[in-house]
Write a protein that binds this ligand. Sequence first.
Ligand SMILES: [Zn+2]
Length: 146
Amino acid sequence: MITSDQAQPFNYAVGLYGSKFFQELKDNRRIVGSKCHKCGKVYVPPRKVCGGCFCENTEFVEVGPQGTIGTYTIVRYTFIDPETGKQKPVPYGYGFIRFDGADTLFQHFVELSDDRPLKIGARVEPVFADVMKGTIRDILYFRIID
Ligand SMILES: [Zn+2]
């Protein structure tokens, strides 16, 4: 067997609404969503069109930064992390978080702690990177706060 390292760098556009989300995250450590002017639903990350009303979301609103675990999983299966090219350490928590003021669930890593169990309804807050780069990794993970 022959093994070697290969770099496969790529970029993709996140669009106007994704750019607003990452710019606010990077510059102000703020979480923003988009709000439907018809039904009031707040999407995080922001979406251009309301899935229920099919109308354009034209308003950006700040949410969180705290939120509640809507559901979660604990990953115990090892795999090659596409971000690092190395085996991802396990176990780790992965949650679907509803930011305060939002109506949708936002996916990210959640800490595993012996003191504060990961559970549906647990209150969480983001832990930000020291250096913000305008990527999803500006949020390192979510910390359980209750
Ligand atoms: Zn709507």
